[in-house]
Design a binder for this molecule. Structure first.
Ligand code: CAA
Length: 263
């Protein structure tokens, strides 16, 4: 791949968007490669993904402005769909995805981070949806996800004003869970990933599904989604091992990895 690197360490997959000349901006090739990378993740071996950007300055500086500059109405819509499809794949990916935001997260960069389950950032991070300053709307989910994460009023203020915010404000409004120094960011992301990866993998996946799908429906339907996913867990070896360990007071036993594809 030209612009994506992917490595696996201790059940954690690390995807790095690596196009430093353009501050990791998302052109069609980056989007295609990201899509292909997600398809290649071995769900039997990997329990959590970390998404980050190469270099010390930028996570992702947005969709590629050069590529977008000459698009027609139809091409613009298709480009929006291309980004949305990949980001939705990330959002609904079976395992949790942590965005480790190491600098600029503007436009498509802020949007891709919002497709991840958890966002943490370095203290030099800058977030924003500058699109109206370029004569367009946010087109990779920003008009939808920002309002859901930080609330409608704050999202409208940021989007209408094309106002960028720094890491401390992103933390204050709940856009990121934590802020670290640049050196601490990746170790913190790996530590968080390891904390998640040591838990029962099917239970973690079912939690992601229950939270994401439950948020799309009313509470009566949401609790039914939860009940089904809760019930599913009782068919897993993890449930037997996890509860057995507790009852036997034996913390030494490890939860098993149940192959996802065999579910
Ligand atoms: N697309 C294409 N190239 C980009 C880019 C982008 N989004 N962001 C940065 N680059 C390129 C620059 O053109 C420059 O390339 P050259 O060296 O060949 O000139 C290189 O990256 C370095 O950028 P700067 O020289 O501008 O670096 P800086 O430190 O002075 O500024 C910055 C950094 C503030 C992030 C600035 O680059 C910037 O404002 N970038 C654009 C941010 C933006 O508007 N993003 C939203 C895009 S629209 C979008 O994402 C739509 C959507 O929702 C789908």
């Amino acid at each position: 791949m030209e612009f994506i690197t992917y490595e696996v360490e201790d059940m954690v997959g690390i995807i790095t968007i690596n196009r430093p000349k353009a501050l990791n901006a998302l052109n069609s090739t980056v989007l295609d490669e990201l899509d292909a990378t997600l398809d290649q993740v071995d769900l039997d071996a990997v329990r959590v993904l970390i998404l980050t950007g190469a270099g010390e300055k930028s996570f992702v500086a947005g969709a590629d402005i050069g590529e977008m500059s000459s698009l027609t109405k139809e091409e613009g819509e298709a480009f929006g769909k291309k980004g949305n499809d990949v980001f939705r794949k990330l959002e609904t990916f079976p395992i949790p995805v942590i965005a480790a935001i190491n600098g600029f997260a503007l436009g498509g960069g802020c949007e891709i981070s919002m497709s991840c389950d958890i966002r943490i950032c370095s203290d030099n991070a800058v977030f924003g949806q500058p699109e109206v300053g370029l004569g367009i709307t946010p087109g990779f989910g920003g008009t939808q996800r920002l309002a859901r994460i930080v609330g409608v009023g704050k999202a409208k203020e940021m989007i209408y004003g094309a106002r960028n915010i720094k890491a401390d404000e992103a933390y204050r409004i709940g856009l990121v869970n934590n802020v670290y120094t640049q050196e601490e960011l990746m170790p913190a992301a790996k530590k968080l990933a390891a904390t998640i990866a040591k838990n029962a993998p099917i239970a973690v996946r079912n939690c992601k599904k229950a939270i994401n799908e439950g948020l799309q429906v009313d509470m009566d339907q949401a609790i039914v989604i939860e009940e089904k996913l809760f019930g599913d867990c009782f068919e897993t070896e993890d449930q037997k091992a996890g509860m057995g360990n507790f009852l036997e007071k034996d913390k030494s036993k490890k939860l098993k990895v149940v192959p996802f594809k065999n579910r």
